[in-house]
Design a protein around this ligand. Structure first.
Ligand SMILES: Nc1ncnc2c1ncn2[C@@H]1O[C@H](COP(=O)(O)OP(=O)(O)O)[C@@H](O)[C@H]1O
Ligand SMILES: [Mg+2]
Length: 292
C-alpha cells in the first residue's frame, strides 16, 4: 500500500465519521470498548513468568456451577490451547478474564500486579487484553483499510475521530498488520465481500492494531475452509512470542498444528494439562469426550 492510498483511506474515513456521528450517539456498547487502544502503555509485570493467573475461580448461574475451582496460568508469549466438551465453561472463563462476568470468588491476575477483578470490561481491554468472539463482527460497509483504522480510534469519541489522522508509526503498524493477516491485496475491498475466513482474519487484525499483550480467541477456525484453517494456524504461530494467546477450539487438526501445551476443561475446572498427545492419552479425557 502506498502512502497516497493511506491518505485517501484516511480522508474517506473522515467523511464517514461525520455521517456516523449521529448514529453513534449513545452507542457505548462493550463491543466497541473491546477495540479501545491501550491508553497506558505501561508494561505488565511478568517477572514471575505469568501473564495470566487464575486461581480457584468459581461462578454459578442460578445455582449451576459453570466455573468450579478453575486454576490455570499462562506464560508470556505462550500459545495456549483450551479444549473441552460443550458446556465445560470455556467461554465463561473468557467472560471472566475480560470482565464481562464477575466470579463469585477466586483470583484473576494480569501479570503479577494487576487484579483484573478490580477492573471493568473497557479498562481490561485498555490494559492490553483483546478478545475475538466466535462470530466475526467487522463493519461490512467499510473497506479492510477503514476497519483497521477504526480499530485505532473507536473509543476516542466522534469529535476526535473527525480529525483523526494516522501518524507514521500507525501507518507502519497498519501495513504490517495487513500483511500478517493475509489481506494486503484486499485493502480496498469492502469487508462485506470477504470470505468468512478473511473476515475472521480482519477482526484479528483489528485486535492487533491495538497491540494487545494477551489475545483470547474463541473458536477462531469454526466455519473456515481447510486452506483458511491452515493459514490461520500459520498466523497464530507467527503471533506467539510477540503476544500471549489463549485459543479455544474444537478442531483437533488445528490444535495439533499449533499446540504446545493444551488445557482440557471439564465441568468448570481443569481436567488435564500438557502436550496434546499426553492429554489425548489421558483416560479421564477420553471418557469425557466419549461419554457425552
Ligand atoms: N449467562 C449465563 N446464564 C446461565 N447459564 C450460563 C450462562 N453462561 C453460561 N452458562 C452455562 O454455563 C455452562 C458453561 O457454558 P460455556 O462457558 O458457554 O461453555 P463452553 O464455552 O465450554 O461450551 C453451560 O452449561 C452454560 O449453559
Ligand atoms: Mg463456548
Amino acid at each position: 500500500m502506498t502512502p497516497d492510498q493511506m491518505e485517501a483511506g484516511a480522508e474517506r474515513l473522515e467523511a464517514l465519521a461525520v455521517r456516523r456521528a449521529a448514529q453513534q450517539q449513545g452507542d457505548s456498547g462493550g463491543r466497541s470498548a473491546s477495540y479501545a487502544r491501550a491508553a497506558v502503555p505501561g508494561e505488565v509485570d511478568v517477572t514471575h513468568g505469568r501473564i495470566l493467573y487464575l486461581e480457584d475461580v468459581h461462578v454459578s448461574f442460578d445455582g449451576f456451577k459453570a466455573i468450579n475451582g478453575l486454576s490455570l496460568d499462562i506464560a508470556p508469549g505462550e500459545l495456549r490451547c483450551i479444549i473441552g466438551p460443550n458446556g465445560a465453561g470455556k467461554t465463561t472463563m473468557m467472560d471472566i478474564i475480560t470482565g464481562k462476568t464477575r466470579p463469585d470468588r477466586g483470583t484473576v491476575f494480569f501479570g503479577s500486579t494487576i487484579d483484573l477483578l478490580r477492573h471493568n470490561e473497557p479498562e481490561i481491554a485498555q490494559l492490553g487484553i483483546g478478545r475475538k468472539f466466535q462470530k466475526p463482527t467487522v463493519f461490512e460497509n467499510l473497506t479492510v483499510f477503514e476497519n483497521l483504522e477504526l480499530a485505532l480510534k473507536t473509543h476516542k469519541g466522534v469529535r476526535h475521530s473527525m480529525f483523526f489522522r494516522l501518524d507514521s508509526a500507525q501507518k507502519d503498524r497498519l501495513a504490517e498488520v495487513l500483511h500478517t493477516i493475509h489481506l494486503a491485496d484486499a485493502v480496498r475491498r469492502m469487508a462485506g465481500v470477504l470470505s468468512h475466513g478473511q473476515k475472521q482474519w480482519l477482526e484479528i487484525g483489528m485486535l492487533l492494531m491495538q497491540e494487545p499483550k494477551l489475545l483470547l480467541l474463541d473458536e477462531p477456525v469454526a466455519g473456515m475452509t481447510d486452506e483458511e484453517t491452515v493459514r490461520t494456524a500459520e498466523l497464530f504461530l507467527r503471533l506467539k512470542g510477540q503476544h500471549s494467546l489463549m485459543v479455544v477450539e474444537h478442531d483437533m487438526s488445528f490444535i495439533a498444528a499449533i499446540s504446545e501445551k493444551v488445557t482440557v476443561l471439564c465441568d468448570g475446572a481443569v481436567l488435564a494439562e500438557g502436550p496434546l498427545a499426553q492429554v489425548q492419552a489421558d483416560e479421564r479425557v477420553v471418557e469425557v469426550y466419549l461419554g457425552r
